[in-house]
Design a protein around this ligand. Structure first.
Ligand SMILES: *Cc1c(COP(=O)(O)O)cnc(C)c1O
Length: 404
């Protein structure tokens, strides 16, 4: 094909074919496959970001977000970006140069609270746990005694790198007893594990769209209560980031909708649909569904003769972390599942690299079909990866959970 480009004739070898991406079953740590209803609505006609019709959709979406967060917080909105953009928005708006923050670093994801806060100018006290184990309340109590100037404690409810479900009750009590703000990363947790922002007295929370909430990537729901909003309003200096300025974002979402940046209407439609699906299902039913399928998957994994990394009693239903003994090849397992079954799962991060596989059952993907599919595929692939599971044991163990 020959074209004129700035007066010169340029010849291209060929035109590009249309993309035809593979159909993958996304059983990693997110994104997960979304309900077909969501892909359908995402291809509806675009609206401009300052179209009055779109404002109605924004308001409705914010209202649905308040419901899924179980909060009355006025400042509830989506940041245009993935989960970490929500983290950055919440932390950068709450922190000023020289502030002290205590970080409950439970693994890779909540571990990023440390760097994000340091980059925002904070002094960070890092409380690291052994991977797969929860943060003990005494450790936080001691940290507050040693650093009474700490203004924020931040951690995650669902640590996706180790499959840990962190209990928050005691940590909240200690944080508030010391007059600090309680900030929670719920990127993986929201929509998958029981959460009630107001009852759990969480001052600020950021979440993700593409994990347990079951929407498309690209939006990060955040919610901040009056106390957290006051902190932002009384800042000595403006938030360094124009793009992530929560007061401006809140004005766009929940105020007079003054232009701040170009929000993507189609991603908002997708979020609204994911929330509508959650509303139809009911929060309690949705949490119970994740609980059931997570339990069945763990039972199957254990029946094969593999071990769960996470301390018993603290396993997330939405993400199962399977530790691999010496000699079992993580890369080969993931390659086998992807190439032969079109199934994506996750591997290990940092110290767990090569020693872990992570299987996500989030949102639309949390169902029996996927549990049985991934167990059967693993049973087939594992013998070539350095481990021979007990034949047929996995599906039988999962079935026992379903039949109970
Ligand atoms: C996935 C995840 C993040 C990061 O989200 P992105 O959408 O990849 O930016 C942060 N925290 C937790 C707990 C996560 O699971």
């Amino acid at each position: 094909m020959t074209q004129l480009v700035m007066g010169k004739s340029v010849t291209y070898e060929h035109t590009l074919p249309e993309l035809n991406p593979s159909y993958r079953l996304l059983l990693g740590p997110g994104p997960c496959n979304v309900d077909p209803r969501i892909l359908r609505i995402a291809s509806a006609p675009q609206l401009g970001h300052i179209d009055p019709e779109f404002f109605g959709i924004l308001e409705e979406t914010a209202q649905l977000l308040r419901w899924v967060f179980q909060t009355k917080n006025e400042m509830t909105l989506c940041v245009s970006g993935s989960g970490f953009s929500g983290a950055e928005a919440v932390l950068c708006n709450l922190l000023e140069e020289g502030d002290t923050l205590i970080a409950g670093s439970l693994g890779f994801f909540s571990g990023q609270i440390v760097e994000i806060s340091q980059r925002a100018g904070a002094r960070v006290i890092t409380l690291e746990t052994e991977l797969g184990k929860p943060l003990a309340p005494e450790v936080l109590e001691q940290a507050f005694r040693d650093h009474p100037e700490a203004r924020i404690f931040a951690t995650a409810i669902a640590e996706t790198s180790t499959g840990l479900w962190q209990p928050l009750e005691e940590l909240e009590r200690i944080t508030h007893a010391h007059g600090a703000l309680f900030v929670v990363d719920a990127v993986c947790g929201l929509g998958g594990v029981p959460m009630n922002i107001d009852e759990m007295r969480i001052d600020a929370c950021y979440a993700g769209s593409q994990k347990s909430l079951g929407a498309l990537p690209g939006l990060a729901p955040v919610t901040l209560n009056e106390r957290a909003v006051q902190v932002i309003q009384h800042r000595k200096r403006l938030v360094q980031s124009y793009y992530l300025d929560l007061l401006k974002l809140n004005r766009y979402w929940n105020g007079d909708h003054a232009y701040h940046h170009t929000a993507c209407s189609n991603l908002v439609y997708a979020m609204r649909e994911a929330l509508r699906i959650t509303l139809e299902e009911g929060l309690e039913t949705r949490w119970a569904r994740h609980q059931l399928h997570g339990e069945a998957l763990r039972a199957g994994i254990k029946a094969m003769g593999l071990d769960i990394l996470t301390q018993p009693g603290y396993e997330l239903p939405v993400l199962t972390a399977v530790s691999l003994r010496e000699g079992i090849d993580e890369v080969a397992i993931r390659k086998g599942l992807l190439e032969e079954y079109n199934i994506e799962i996750g591997g290990g991060f940092g110290a767990l690299k090569g020693r872990l596989i992570r299987i996500g059952l989030m949102g639309y993907n949390s169902c029996r079909k996927n549990v049985d599919t991934v167990l059967a595929a693993l049973e087939h692939v594992l013998p070539r990866c350095g481990f021979t599971p007990k034949a047929g044991a996995a599906l039988a163990a999962a079935d026992a959970v379903y039949s109970a």
